[in-house]
Design a protein around this ligand. Structure first.
Ligand code: GAP
Length: 427
């Protein structure tokens, strides 16, 4: 069943996951800010990706490159020429549309006549320097991965890596999207997580298949309903790719693409060698063969993944909303409630449990209203466990632990709480 995006956007705002950018000024299309819970979820997500890439795999290291590069990069990469959308403009209301999105030859808003398509580059330009007339025109990076190619040789020279190896990065990218919208799906500023895997040209097929499956398995491990994920093979390819598959979130109410697996071949290193004059070829230390390394890229959208995770986890049971997020991603792992806020003994005992767990995991505190409302409030933000400190706790040092997904409750000894929660959350 496809879920309504409106409900998720509204929950995201109400509970502090995601806000529209510059809201008090009427917003700015294609820009969003992450709120207190959103930043926790996003950081958990990125930490999981980073660990999986760099610690759970051999021969992958990370970098964190600059957003602005020498503008020649975008010439060499082909983006100045090919990172374009054909646009048509209405002669009457002057609105612009992607030519590919318009079925007929009339403006979909006012019925006016449309101009012939004009090509529009979606790189975001900026200017560096202070003296008018002497400013350098540069670009905010249109795809984060370019800084990996720029540092390919630095990484090789500063480590003991040999081909095949990978360099990964999480970082911002900027695109002057003509039709930003659909919440986090099409933004003008967004974050990408990339792996660039450098290998021998004869091994491209093997590594392409390997990373395609490996990345899908990773997404399956973090989604609540892995059956909602699927592949899509591109027929229309980006200028740098010879073959491309998307990992899609199939149950999306809007666009589906979450990550691209791209056969980039020698496009990038050959291009940068040519334009920079620096030899980026590789000499095999054993065979002495000299060649241009080929690249398999896995390039995903952090924000899109974030949004699809919310969609996937969102459930309603009567008037109750439950965000069945993977516990490892949940902003809070556990919430602590003193049964009654006006009984100092309960509050003191609950505070001790809270302080004890705080060093281990993200813990929330709630002593407002009744216990039922507190459960609802934590369910909505995906907290996997709620712990109530009641009068029995004062007698026997046990607490009630309530599970988000099943709403079942059990008594657990305070001395065993950390181990119990760690096992349940898979920390
Ligand atoms: N380096 C290759 C590259 O950038 P891409 O398919 O254009 O490939 C990779 O982008 C991923 O970045 C997409 O699968 C998507 O998740 C994310 N992405 C692309 N454009 C986006 C946008 N305007 N807003 C949010 N995410 C976007």
């Amino acid at each position: 069943m496809t879920k309504s995006l409106d409900k998720i956007v509204s929950l995201a705002k109400r509970r502090g996951f995601v806000f529209s950018g510059s809201e008090i000024y009427g917003g700015l299309q294609g820009f969003y800010d992450y709120g207190p819970l959103g930043v926790e979820l996003k950081n958990n997500l990125k930490a999981l990706w980073w660990k999986w890439m760099t610690k759970d795999h051999d021969n992958i290291v990370g970098i964190d490159g600059a957003i602005i590069t020498n503008p020649k990069v975008w010439e060499a990469s082909g983006h100045l020429k090919s990172f374009v959308d054909p646009l048509v403009e209405c002669k009457k209301c002057h609105r612009r549309f992607k030519a590919d999105d318009i079925p007929g030859d009339k403006c979909p808003d006012c019925g006016g006549e449309l101009t012939a398509p004009k090509v529009f580059n979606i790189l975001v330009p900026t200017e560096l320097g202070v003296i008018e007339g002497e400013k350098l025109k540069a670009y905010l990076r249109g795809e984060a991965c370019q800084t990996i190619y720029l540092n390919y040789k630095n990484v090789l020279d500063s480590t003991r890596l040999k081909i095949p190896f990978g360099v990964c990065q999480i970082g911002k990218a900027f695109r002057n999207e003509v039709t930003p919208g659909n919440f986090l799906f099409r933004q003008r500023e967004f974050e990408q997580w990339d792996l660039q895997w450098f290998c021998h040209p004869s091994e491209m097929e093997k590594w392409f298949e390997f990373w395609k499956e490996e990345r899908m398995n990773w997404y399956k491990s973090i989604f609540t309903h892995p059956e909602n994920l699927g592949f899509y093979e591109h027929e229309k390819l980006a200028h740098y790719a010879k073959k491309a598959f998307d990992i899609n979130y199939e149950a999306s109410p809007i666009g589906k693409e979450m990550e691209g697996i791209h056969w980039r071949g020698d496009w990038d290193l050959a291009g940068h060698s040519k334009f920079s004059g620096v030899d980026l070829n590789y000499t095999d230390p054993e065979t002495k063969e000299n060649y241009t390394p080929n690249i398999v890229e896995t390039s995903g959208g952090v924000d899109r993944t974030f949004m699809f995770l919310l969609v996937d986890a969102y459930e309603e049971e009567g008037d109750r909303i439950i965000l069945k997020l993977n516990p490892r991603l949940a902003p809070y792992k556990v919430a602590i409630f003193p049964l009654l806020a006006n009984k100092p003994q309960l509050v003191e005992k609950a505070k001790a449990v809270y302080d004890n767990l705080k060093g281990e995991m993200a813990v929330a505190w709630d002593d407002r209203g009744n216990i039922g409302k507190r459960y609802y409030s934590q369910d909505e933000i995906g907290t996997p466990y709620c712990i109530t400190i009641d009068f029995d706790t004062l007698e026997n040092d046990t607490v009630t632990v309530r599970d988000r997904d099943t709403a079942t409750q059990q008594r657990v000894a305070i001395s065993e709480l950390t181990a119990f929660l760690r096992a349940g959350i898979n920390l």
